[in-house]
Ligand binder design. Structure first.
Ligand code: KIV
Length: 263
């Protein structure tokens, strides 16, 4: 299993870091047997697993349950868990309670969106011995403030703010930073200006690592087509086709066959 020191050394040796989201034990068990570096129990689980329209609906109870399932399925992977919506905004004790629940459920680090108003809490969590991954650019918990899923950092003021926030996250003690939906050039600039690694999603090829949502890279939703996504499978077709064939076999009474039955 990698650890926070590996993140730094990977940056120094220019060996990219791979991260995928994981929300449950059965996929965790499969991913545990891959070489992928790191699993993210992202709050995107509110959308992908629970059908909500945004990550705002992820609660600490949900996150805790999914982290525990992933930890049971992937005992050999470094697991990062998202701090859910507003869990860092109700003061240090409330944030620490959330961190405690995620770490005791099996996470090895927490991820926190944003910088400005989070720096003190990030610093305190790091001082308490818990690794923190930052998250800048498109921060889905602020989606209503950002006006939708849009590429961030498109004007000079936004570029300056993201650069400043990235440096502040490094100074606060983050061991890495996710950069979501920013132009390639900004992904490159932030990555070169930090000594901690950046992990990009829609941030171009020059970040220090890449992350994708597992269900997206597996092609589970044919209607989700962001520019940054590469599909490695057609899970939608595989699942739909397989279950349709099962249904046909049952209705045609060709399943179970004699060799699939206890004689
Ligand atoms: O919640 C999530 O899945 C994330 C990734 C998109 C980075 O934060």
């Amino acid at each position: 299993m990698i650890n926070v020191n590996t993140f730094r050394s990977r940056k120094q040796s220019r060996t990219p870091i791979s991260m995928v989201t994981c929300y449950d034990a059965w996929t965790a068990k499969i991913l545990d047997r891959t070489e992928v570096d790191c699993l993210l129990v992202g709050d995107s689980l509110a959308v992908v697993m629970h059908g909500f329209d945004s990550t705002v609906h992820a609660t600490i109870e949900m996150m805790e349950l999914h982290v525990a399932a992933v930890a049971r399925g992937a005992p050999d992977k470094f697991i990062v868990a998202d701090m859910p919506f507003l869990s860092c905004s109700r003061g240090i004790p409330a944030a620490m309670d959330a961190v405690q629940r995620l770490m005791q459920a099996g996470a090895h680090a927490v991820k926190i969106e944003g910088a400005a108003h989070q720096l003190e809490v990030i610093q305190r969590i790091v001082e308490a011995g818990v690794p923190v991954m930052g998250h800048l650019g498109l921060t889905p918990q602020s989606i209503h403030n950002l006006g939708g899923h849009r590429v961030q950092g498109k004007n000079q003021a936004a570029v300056d703010r993201i650069m400043k926030d990235a440096r502040a996250l490094e100074a606060a003690g983050c061991f890495s930073v996710v950069l979501e939906c920013v132009p390639n050039k900004l992904g490159d600039c932030v990555s070169r200006s930090l000594s901690i690694p950046t992990i990009g999603i829609g941030a171009g090829p020059r970040t220090d690592g890449q992350v994708l949502v597992l269900q997206d890279l597996l092609g589970s939703d044919p209607d989700f087509n962001p520019k940054f996504l590469r599909r490695y499978a057609d899970l939608h077709e595989t699942i739909q086709g397989s279950v349709q064939r099962f249904h046909s076999d049952v209705t045609e009474q060709s399943f179970p066959a004699p060799e699939e039955s206890y004689g």
